[in-house]
Design a protein around this ligand. Structure first.
Ligand SMILES: Cc1cc2nc3c(=O)[nH]c(=O)nc-3n(C[C@H](O)[C@H](O)[C@H](O)COP(=O)(O)O)c2cc1C
Length: 187
């Protein structure tokens, strides 16, 4: 009996040790909106947050990149993203990643037009999320998640979606303590 219990404990420990975490995100450098005016970013705000989450969670990381190139100019990007939304577009993604070995996945995106960018929907809808825990995060300039959480829950069928982290893009580089608390669960 003792041996059976010990084997069960060891099996559980091995299972826990092999549990893996992934950060998957989309982020777009170039011009974006802030309440103080348009700014030009070399590295996107969501990428800044994603890299901090990766560090605190000791996770793997994957950046969703589209085959098509989007304009750097904010005003042009507004037009293109509106057209994609209206067309319910699902732009092709450059590289792939097998998410099957990950049981916890942080999923991040910038709020565009009050929702999740359609390329993230391309990525999420094609995958099997059964049994996975999805932890959302977003950067924005006033809308918070907008409809993003609803978009995520509808697309990541079978996943348990937890409470997320919503940060102003302009605060992405100065919110390390908040991001660490989000990852570690400390209050
Ligand atoms: C085309 C476009 C549309 C946007 N729409 C919104 C919006 O509806 N609500 C909002 O709060 N912020 C909006 N923003 C601001 C971005 O969400 C914010 O700057 C974000 O941090 C950008 O992240 P990124 O640098 O990772 O792409 C928009 C930005 C762009 C470029």
């Amino acid at each position: 009996m003792k041996r059976i219990i010990l084997t069960a404990i060891l099996a559980l420990a091995a299972l826990t040790a092999s549990a893996q975490t992934l950060v998957v995100y989309y982020s777009k450098p170039g011009e974006t909106y802030t309440p103080d005016g348009i700014i030009n970013l070399k590295k996107g705000n969501t990428q800044e947050v994603a890299e901090r989450i990766q560090k605190f969670a000791k996770a793997d990381i994957f950046r969703v990149e589209t085959v098509k190139t989007y304009p750097d100019e904010y005003m042009k990007m507004i037009e293109v993203s509106k057209e994609e939304l209206n067309a319910k577009a699902r732009p092709a993604i450059k590289e792939d990643i097998d998410i099957s070995k990950y049981d916890t996945i942080y999923i991040g995106w910038p709020c565009l037009w009050g929702m999740m960018p359609v390329c993230m929907l391309s990525f999420i809808e094609k995958r099997d999320w059964t049994g996975k825990t999805g932890i959302p995060f977003t950067t924005h300039e006033g809308s918070g998640f907008g409809t993003g959480l609803r978009d995520l829950k509808a697309a990541a069928k079978g996943a348990t979606v937890t409470k997320g982290l919503s940060l102003r893009g302009t605060a992405a580089r100065s919110s390390d303590a908040q991001i660490e608390r989000f990852v570690t669960g400390e209050k």
